[in-house]
Design a protein around this ligand. Structure first.
Ligand code: DGL
Length: 284
């Protein structure tokens, strides 16, 4: 009989960005296997509606459940903001997102109760950080700023380019004037711009990386649910990667940020999966 504790964790994102979350899970939970799905055919999520993102998330969760995952991490901030609350009641396995853990750390750490959040237009427009931070401490003031150009710049590999610095200075100017002491990097790609953001915001502003905080939340969840893997390091490669388009390009990006070589990425037809709340195998 197979032990569910040794099943993989499912991680999904709109594309490559969620690899920053997968990377933290690999580092902090080294005995866990991962099945990663990047929705490269339908990226970006940041400029799409809540209904669309919820529909996409359901399809991906159904695909991941077919891979027999024991829990799911929604690594995408936009999908966490728009879909987590809905889908976590629809499926029979634990599902977490990337927003709560970061908000908790920010709420506990801020001294002047002025917290900044940067993310996609969808994430910032959803107001989810404000909602969560206020539920943790009603005195916290939240300042959000959408930075839509950051994702393409990171994917272009321009993390340390003068152009990126210029774009970052413009976006962050507004937050510099707000006297925040904590800034949540509320998008999968932003931890890769950490040094540029730090340079602009200064050492006194604490940068919260939700990718890292989510890996720790996952660890606590698996412990609580008695789902921690019982296997020690496997001989076979413990990570599997799936995408909905352009598998080769994904592999190149993955190899540039992961400490492992991603040898194989498989392309699947995500539209095959049912997108409505109630069960049914596929849409077809
Ligand atoms: N992964 C998305 C997020 O964290 C950013 C990229 C996109 O817009 O799809 O919000």
């Amino acid at each position: 009989m197979t032990d569910i504790r040794n099943a993989p964790v499912g991680v999904f994102d709109s594309g490559v960005g969620g690899l920053t979350v997968a990377r933290e899970i690999m580092r902090n939970l080294p005995s866990e296997k991962i099945v990663y799905f990047g929705d490269t055919a339908r990226v970006p999520y940041g400029s799409k509606s809540k209904e669309t993102i919820t529909r996409y998330s359901r399809q991906i969760i159904r695909f991941l459940m077919e891979q027999d995952v024991k829990a799911i991490v929604i690594a995408c901030n936009t999908a966490s903001a728009f879909a987590l609350e809905t889908v976590r009641h629809e499926f029979p396995l634990p599902i977490i997102g990337v927003i709560r853990a970061g908000a908790e750390v920010a709420a506990a750490g801020t001294r002047n109760k002025r917290v900044g959040v940067i993310g996609t237009e969808g994430t910032i427009g959803s107001g989810i950080h404000e909602e969560l931070l206020h539920s943790l401490d009603p005195d916290i003031q939240v300042f959000g700023k959408a930075c839509p150009l950051f994702c393409p710049l990171v994917e272009e590999g321009w993390t340390h380019d003068p152009l990126t610095r210029e774009v970052a200075s413009r976006y962050l100017k507004e937050l510099q004037d707000k006297d925040i002491d904590t800034l949540i990097l509320g998008c999968t790609h932003y931890p890769l711009l950490r040094s540029t953001i730090r340079e602009i915001m200064g050492e006194s502003v604490r940068l919260v990386n939700p990718a890292y905080e989510t890996a720790l939340e996952l660890k606590r969840l698996l412990e609580k649910e008695d789902l921690c893997s019982r296997e020690t390091r496997e001989e076979e490669f413990p990570y599997r990667f799936y995408v909905s388009d352009l598998a080769e390009k994904f592999k190149q990006f993955a190899n540039s940020i992961l400490p492992y070589d991603v040898e194989m990425t498989q392309k699947i037809d995500i539209e095959r999966y049912y997108s409505q709340p109630k069960e049914g195998g596929t849409d077809g």
